[in-house]
Design a protein around this ligand. Structure first.
Ligand SMILES: C[S@@+](CC[C@H](N)C(=O)[O-])C[C@H]1O[C@@H](n2cnc3c(N)ncnc32)[C@H](O)[C@@H]1O
Length: 263
């Protein structure tokens, strides 16, 4: 396993650069079981978990907005580039964007043609990209409004965006501090740090922020050129009714997906 550590705190786990056999494609309950098993090993062996997620996400986006072949897609908060690789395998022109060189180099060399930039201040022209993919970025960045504003700005009219994040009151909302985060963003991290010291990564207020579903949906609705097409729990999209129920959605969604279109 390759570990590349720089000065900063790492947000994503280190990954193996070795080529391996891909996990099989599963459906229904077998898929949930597979994801759960891979997630439980994610800290020590992240590649299979992210490979399955990337494969699923790209196949889904190809069905909805495809063909992705030839589309210019920005992968915001790309980390080492699992998703960028899957987009490129589908023939897309994918630009991985991340503001941390350490994260980009987590698997060895940073992904090709990456851009080192803040997702809330992108170096792209207005209306220049077909799709924006932002997986597990919002909870690690301090400026949700800035990121949504940039998504609105860079998308072409009719372009799509996929924004997913681990919302704060999800069982994994506090990341390594879970379940202390359930005490709230002030008390939870403070108590965790008193008892255990700083978390291994994702210190609250530096690499982790409390991002809730209700306020994020209200925020997104303030951007006039973005239309919310669909909101769903990432890992159990069939239980979409959950995201319509305030309160319940904050604890039962786990990871929230907002699908957007630029008007
Ligand atoms: C948890 S990782 C997600 C990686 C990948 N997208 C995934 O879903 O597996 C979060 C990534 O967002 C990056 N990030 C955090 N804040 C950012 C910002 N303001 N602009 C660009 N990237 C940012 C981090 O460096 C990190 O690589």
């Amino acid at each position: 396993m390759t570990h590349v550590h720089g000065g900063g705190r790492l947000l994503c786990p280190a990954v193996s650069a070795a080529a391996r056999t891909e996990p099989p494609v599963e459906h229904g309950l077998a898929r949930i079981r597979q994801l759960w098993t891979l997630f439980r090993n994610e800290q020590t062996d992240p590649e299979p978990f992210y490979t399955v997620l990337a494969r699923e996400a790209v196949a889904d986006l190809d069905r909805r907005y495809g063909p992705l072949r030839g589309q210019r897609i920005v992968d915001l908060g790309s980390g080492p580039g699992f998703y960028a690789r899957a987009f490129r395998n589908a023939g897309a022109d994918c630009i991985p964007v991340d503001n941390s060189r350490d994260e980009l180099e987590l698997a060895g060399a940073a992904p090709e043609n990456h851009v080192l930039a803040d997702a809330a201040d992108l170096p792209f022209e207005d209306e220049s990209v077909d799709g924006v993919f932002a997986s597990n970025l919002l909870e690690h960045a301090p400026d949700t409004a800035g990121i949504i504003g940039e998504i609105e700005r860079v998308l072409k009219p009719g372009g799509w965006a996929y924004v997913s994040w681990t919302n704060w009151y999800s069982p994994w909302g506090g990341h390594d501090m879970s379940p202390y985060h359930l005490l709230g963003p002030e008390r939870g991290p403070a108590l965790y740090e008193r008892r255990h010291g700083e978390p291994r990564k994702n210190t609250y207020g530096e690499g982790l922020f409390a991002v809730h579903i209700g306020p994020t949906l209200r925020l997104v609705r303030q951007f006039p050129r973005l239309r919310i097409e669909r909101v769903e729990p990432r890992y159990w999209p069939k239980l979409r009714f959950i995201v319509a129920i305030p309160g319940l959605r904050e604890v039962a969604t786990w990871n929230c997906v907002i699908r957007l279109r630029k008007r």
